[in-house]
Design a protein around this ligand. Structure first.
Ligand code: AMP
Length: 412
């Protein structure tokens, strides 16, 4: 028997309605914020990610699904920001509108060790805004992430924010960390020892116990920030306050990818266990230029859908089902039943029937299992009178309805 690839998941019909609900809410909320959907390919050139995420990052070093081609190396996208920026530049979108708001929903691929909340194929709901460095935009994007979570009926999360500052500030932060950790290098894990030279900011992100202890003892504030970046971050926080978004200022928060600059944020949830990030994002003001486009400020975030589903409140998972289940008794009634089914569907009413020749009792049980809202019964009697028997499965009420009044009755 074949098995699915480790770290992948089948989304079965019992779960897919939850996915559809999340997607529906996502589309609606992004529409309210005037974002438009973008769909980029699942495969890209490997070098796109080496260049944008950074060669020293964990994703590029260990987690890319590479597809070797004759001349080029392709890879399955590990995230979508680089793809969206590539598409933005390649399709000359900046020539028609310098300010653009994109959102996306789709699978991402990372060759990780599978565990709870960590898959090799997972799904992002994310957005990218390109064309502005205004602090008010940072606040809008963070508040949009907050709104989405509320719309998904998720509570109990924490929004942590920080500012890495511009490229020079990031270098300064790296140097501050190297200085502070120099004497403690022996206590850090092998990964952090490697990070110390090439990517010291990533040490702040290490999940290893002894490294976390050392990091907790560091006195890190905002000394690395230049005046412009300090002012920017102060305005972001003031805007968040005026939007009533609750957040925590978290000077140790960094993002694992090279392209981040300025405001970064992460949303965590205690219900997730070790992999506690529901989503994360931040500014990447140099990436559009770095990938060959204009010098434009940009910001985005992504949520992991599998993790959203792990913490969604049960009330959001109640399935609403307006199915009409038709039971026809006898050959003649069956023929008429098929016509009724067709009419219901043409009128946008979800409807189904029994194709296994079940008895009335068996078919009623099936309708119950399917959580149908109504059962329609048509037998010899009903045929003669030109009616159907309509049973409301929630209230138990049952009545005869003239066939030509059925749609009207079901729609009210
Ligand atoms: P990142 O691009 O790493 O910042 O990821 C953004 C969000 O995607 C995280 O906060 C998680 O919710 C989710 N995520 C990232 N990697 C995985 C993974 N391997 N499996 C499941 N979800 C993931």
């Amino acid at each position: 028997m074949f098995k699915r690839v480790p770290g992948t998941k089948d989304i079965l019909p019992s779960e897919s309605s939850l996915w559809q609900k999340i997607e529906e809410i996502t589309r609606n909320t992004f529409r309210l914020y005037n974002f438009q959907e973008i769909r980029t390919p699942l495969i890209e050139e490997e070098s796109l990610f080496n260049r944008s995420l950074g060669k020293a990052t964990e994703i590029v070093q260990k987690q890319m699904f590479i597809i070797k081609n004759k001349e080029d190396n392709y890879c399955l996208r590990p995230e979508a920001t680089a793809s969206v920026v590539r598409a933005y530049i390649e399709n000359n979108i900046d020539k028609t509108s310098t300010f653009s708001k994109f959102y996306y929903i789709g699978p991402m691929f990372r060759l990780e060790r599978p565990q709870k909340g960590r898959l090799r194929q997972f799904h992002h709901i994310g957005c990218e805004v390109i064309g502005s460095s205004e602090p008010a935009l940072d606040a809008e994007v963070i508040s949009l992430a907050d709104t989405l979570l509320r719309d998904f009926s998720i509570s109990g999360y924490k929004i942590k924010i920080n500012s890495l500052g511009c490229s020079l500030d990031k270098k300064r932060l790296g140097a501050i960390l190297q200085k502070a950790l120099k004497e403690k290098l022996g206590k850090l894990c092998a990964n952090c020892k490697n990070r110390f030279k090439g990517n010291p900011l990533r040490i702040l992100d290490c999940k290893n116990g002894p490294c976390r202890e050392e990091i907790a003892g560091l006195d890190i504030r905002d000394e690395h920030l230049c005046q412009d970046c300090k002012d920017h971050f102060t305005k972001v926080k003031a805007s968040l306050d005026s939007l009533n978004v609750s957040y925590e200022n978290s000077p140790r928060l960094v993002r694992g990818l090279d392209y981040y600059t300025g405001t970064v944020f992460e949303i965590s949830h205690d219900g997730l266990g070790a992999q506690d990030a529901l989503g994360a994002g931040g500014r990447y003001n140099n990436l559009v230029k770095e990938l060959g486009g204009s010098d434009l400020g940009a910001i985005g975030f992504a949520f992991g859908v599998e993790r959203l589903l792990l913490v969604q409140s049960p009330q959001a998972t109640v399935r609403s089902n307006d199915l009409v289940y038709l039971i026809s008794l006898g050959e003649e009634a069956k023929e008429e039943g098929i016509k009724i089914l067709n009419t219901l569907r043409k009128n946008n009413i979800a409807a189904d029937t029994d194709y296994e020749g079940k008895s009335l009792k068996g078919a009623m049980r099936l309708a119950n299992d399917l959580k149908a809202k109504f059962v329609l019964i048509i037998g010899e009697d009903e045929l003669k009178k030109g009616v159907v028997t309509l049973k409301n499965m929630r209230s138990g009420e049952q009545k005869e309805i003239k066939q030509d009044k059925l749609i009207e009755e079901l729609k009210c």
